[in-house]
Design a protein around this ligand. Structure first.
Ligand code: ZN
Length: 251
C-alpha cells in the first residue's frame, strides 16, 4: 500500500502489484497520474468512500485516460460512479487478486462506506488515527454505531484513513484522557514518524481501541471528561460520544 499525497493532508491510498494499481479516494488526478506513469502501472479500479470533493475530485480526469470501474456509495451524489455499492456487496479487483467487503458507516456523510479486505480497512473520513470525522450529514447515533462496527474488526486490521491528522488528534485525546499511557507512547512514535516525513498511517485497530477517545466512550476516564466538558452527569455512550465530538470541534 502506497500513499500518494494530495492537497495539504490527504492521502490517496494506492494498492499495487508489479503491473496494476487501484486507488482509494483520488481527490486529485495529477498526483495519481504521475505515480502511475513513474511506476509504469496500469490503473485497474477506483474506490470512493464518500462524496466530498477532496476524495472524488480527481475521478473524472482519471477516467478520461483509464476506462476502469469506479466503486462508491449508493445514495451519495457522485456523478462519476459506475458501480454503486453498499453493505453486503463485495468489490473485487482481479488484477490485484483482492476482494473487499463493503460496510455502511454513515455519520460523516449520509451514505459513507468503508472497504475491508486483505487485513486492511479503508475508512475515508469516518475513523481517523486517534480521532473521527465530523458529523456533516449524520447523527451522533449513526457515527457511534459506525465506529462500533469498525471497532469489531480484528485488532490487527490496518487502518487507512483519508487524512494525516494524527498528531492534532493525539493532542485532543490527551486532553480527554490525560492518564492514558498508551497515548504517550503513540505520540512519541508518531512525532518521530512525522519528523522523518513519514505517514503515521496505517495504524492498527487494536491501537485505536487503546488510544482513540471516540472508540472509548465507555471508559470511566472518558465519561468523566465528557461530564466535565458538559457540566453534566451522563454515562450513555452515545451522549458521551456526542459530547467529545462537540468538544473536539472547539478544541
Ligand atoms: Zn469528508
Amino acid at each position: 500500500m502506497v500513499p500518494v499525497n494530495a492537497f495539504r493532508d490527504n492521502y490517496i491510498w494506492t494498492l499495487r502489484n508489479k503491473s496494476h494499481a487501484a486507488v482509494v479516494d483520488p481527490g486529485e488526478a495529477a498526483p495519481v497520474r504521475d505515480y502511475l506513469a513513474r511506476e509504469r502501472l496500469q490503473l485497474a479500479a477506483i474506490l470512493a468512500t464518500h462524496h466530498h470533493p477532496d476524495h472524488v475530485g480527481g475521478i473524472a480526469a482519471l477516467l478520461e485516460e483509464h476506462a476502469v470501474p469506479v466503486y462508491g456509495p449508493k445514495n451519495e451524489p457522485i456523478a462519476t460512479l459506475t458501480r454503486a455499492v453498499s453493505e453486503g456487496d463485495t468489490v473485487s479487483v482481479p488484477e490485484l487478486g483482492v476482494d473487499f467487503s463493503v460496510l455502511d458507516i454513515p455519520g460523516h456523510t449520509r451514505a459513507h462506506i468503508a472497504y475491508y479486505g486483505a487485513g486492511s480497512l479503508f475508512c475515508g473520513d469516518t475513523l481517523f488515527a486517534c480521532g473521527c470525522g465530523r458529523l456533516f450529514e449524520g447523527t451522533a447515533e449513526q457515527m457511534f454505531a459506525s465506529l462500533g462496527k469498525l471497532a469489531a474488526l480484528p485488532d490487527d486490521t490496518k487502518v487507512y484513513c483519508g487524512h494525516e491528522y494524527t498528531l492534532a488528534n493525539i493532542g485532543f485525546a490527551k486532553a480527554v484522557e490525560p492518564g492514558n499511557a498508551a497515548l504517550e507512547l503513540r505520540e512519541a512514535r508518531d512525532r518521530r514518524l512525522r519528523a522523518e516525513g513519514k505517514p503515521t498511517l496505517p495504524s492498527r485497530l487494536g491501537e485505536e481501541k487503546a488510544t482513540n477517545p471516540f472508540l472509548r466512550c465507555r471508559e470511566p476516564a472518558v465519561i468523566e471528561s465528557a461530564n466535565k466538558y458538559l457540566g453534566a452527569r451522563l454515562a450513555d455512550p452515545v451522549r458521551v460520544f456526542a459530547a467529545i465530538r462537540d468538544w473536539k470541534n472547539r478544541f
